[in-house]
Design a protein around this ligand. Sequence first.
Ligand SMILES: Cc1ncc(COP(=O)(O)O)c(C=O)c1O
Length: 386
Amino acid sequence: MDTLIHSLPNLWPSQLLPRIQARRGFPLNRSDLEFTYLGRNAVFRAIHRLGLVGAEVIAPAYHHGVEISALLAAGARVRFARVDSAMRLDLEDVAAQLGPETKALYVIHYAGFPQPMKPIVDLARERGLLVIEDCALSLFSRDGSIHLGSLGDAAIFCFYKTVPVTHGGALLVPARPRHPQLPKTRPPPLLSTLSHLTGSLLFSMELELGVPARAARNAVKSLTRQLRRRADEVDVAVGTQHFELAAVDLGMSLVAEQVLRATNEQEIVRRRRLHWLYLHEKLGGLRRSPWEELPAGTCPLFYALRVEDKDRALAVLRARGIAAVDFWRFGHPSVERERFPEVEALRRQIVEIPCHQDLNPDQLDRLVLAAREAVREDSGKGGAGT
Ligand SMILES: Cc1ncc(COP(=O)(O)O)c(C=O)c1O
């Protein structure tokens, strides 16, 4: 059996070593960037920071779900707008949703691909609205020369999807004084951080070494669980659908900051683009990607495949050792699903194929073969699009 191809980049011990980065790129070069434990905490803080408690925010019907929970938990009210089958926000529908209570537009850049910020910002300025850019899936991505997250009144980021940190998010609110009612973030619990960190390091080693590292990982997990119990310390989960109010004021650990500072973002963007383009060269002809090309500056989070039978495609990919991700099958329960048929189709169809910086040429070829097999089986079942 081939080794597992993980959906996220792996953490290696060398990445914990201090490294001098000559020139930091956006958003890490911003002194007003506020680190949070997760991206969802940044969404919550953005609502408070922008004075949007009680206000109505227009958000896209295609979303993860936890960002909507964070908006609601912060006290915003949410109305949804249409997203088309190529994951573009429908600005006409956004305009149609605006009411007297609307105070902000929440824009999600999907998987690194930019939404059209110029008309969005124009519409917002014309109607006196604020813009929040959700770059949870778009760290280091640009639209041409413009960094995603640099045009809105606030931007939120999530680091662990792109960089091998075990947690981490950030909020950028340019040009606004800090809101007095928001407490400063506090460090996350130490044992929880150490447990995630060693788990992550050992997982990377498991991918290389197999069983011995898996045994060590399980032993560390059980040890930290016992220590946490003794110290009466909670584990702060990452990657869930759930918004945890009790964790909202947690910041980022020093270790995660260290890994982040040691990353070479230009290299990450270069490798992700290369991998995406390779996958597209080999798979684009199947006509299963929602994107026809990779725009200049885009830092892709993954390669997307549309399939009719998502469970079957995921089973084929996983049987080939690929940790393909079931992208956003369910949205927030408050969305009126019947109003957004294209979004429902995306939720039913999109499978996420990794294109992260750690992949090597053999793994890319394995991805291509497995994706072709998954599509072949899907077409055999009457799947659309080929
Ligand atoms: C679009 C979007 N926004 C925000 C978040 C929240 O990120 P985090 O998991 O860091 O809280 C996610 C998480 O997947 C997301 O997909």
